[in-house]
Design a protein around this ligand. Structure first.
Ligand code: SAH
Length: 254
């Protein structure tokens, strides 16, 4: 009937009961939200403490002193770069498996390789061997632009997604054979190679800026290798042996 609908609405029994019932639910929801947040904050604090301890006992104590490197190691959540089952070991003084037969390097080695290439804001750094993306995130935290190449497509995809999720979307990840570097963004101020090669891939030297620095483990796979620092001065390269290390092998695309 025309004209009666407004009156009908007015006369409808008020929905007082459901509104009252809603109140405890809303309160419970807010409480959950609050405790959820509090728990998340507490968890973040626990990991922050673990990171600070890691930096103190494994990194500063072994002589790493570059402030940018130390700040990066204190801030990147390493526990979000390891498989879930290994989260309790994320800040241990050792490498950890990340699947596909690969590893995330020991925290000290990541810090050492970062400090040795002397990253400065606005520089471009190429990493070969993205793996979990952790070393790339550490480099990015120092203010450089990071380009990273990974030969195992699944690792490249996972790392790229993880880096975006954690706010490192500026890092460019490419799936491919890092032997050839990444011509598109060359030359680089520094190159960090995180897999052990039998020799220094010549394309990487070409893509290194004059005055640039490359750090690379060189030696036979499955044996102790030598971490080398390579400095490029025009056509000359100067290499320094830094320390014995053990990295996963540098592979070649078939
Ligand atoms: N930087 C990594 C550690 C990765 S371990 C991290 O922070 O987690 C070394 C990685 O190098 C492995 O993921 C391996 O698949 C990759 N790799 C080996 N040979 C490669 C090549 N020729 N090009 C690109 N990546 C390579």
């Amino acid at each position: 009937m025309p004209g009666t609908s407004a009156a009908n609405i007015e006369n409808r029994p008020q929905r007082v009961l459901p509104k009252i019932l809603f109140l405890p639910f809303a309160l419970a929801f807010l409480l959950l939200l609050f405790t959820g947040n509090a728990l998340a904050e507490e968890e973040a604090l626990i990991y922050k403490n673990a990171r600070d301890r890691m930096v103190r006992t494994q990194i500063k104590s072994r002589g790493i002193s570059d402030p940018a490197t130390l700040r990066a190691m204190e801030s990147v959540p390493r526990h979000l770069f390891v498989p879930e089952a290994l989260v309790p070991h994320a800040y241990d003084d050792r490498p950890l498996p990340i699947g596909y037969g690969q590893t995330i390097s020991q925290p000290y080695i990541v810090a050492y390789m970062t400090e040795i290439v002397q990253p400065k804001p606005q520089q471009r750094i190429l990493e070969i061997g993205t793996g979990s993306g952790y070393q790339a995130a550490i480099l990015a935290e120092t203010g450089v632009s990071v380009y990273t190449v990974e030969i195992i497509p699944e690792l490249a995809k996972n790392a790229s997604e993880r880096l975006s999720r954690l706010g490192y979307g500026g890092i460019q990840v490419k799936s491919g054979d890092g032997y050839f570097g990444w011509e598109k963004y060359a030359p680089y101020d520094a190159i960090v190679v995180t897999a052990a090669a039998e020799y220094i891939p010549p394309p990487l030297l070409v893509q290194l800026k004059d005055g640039g620095r490359m750090v690379i483990p060189v030696g036979s796979p499955f044996f102790v290798q030598t971490l080398m620092l390579v400095e490029k001065h025009g056509k000359e390269t100067v290499t320094h042996s830094l320390m014995p290390v053990r990295f996963v092998p540098f592979r070649r695309a078939e």
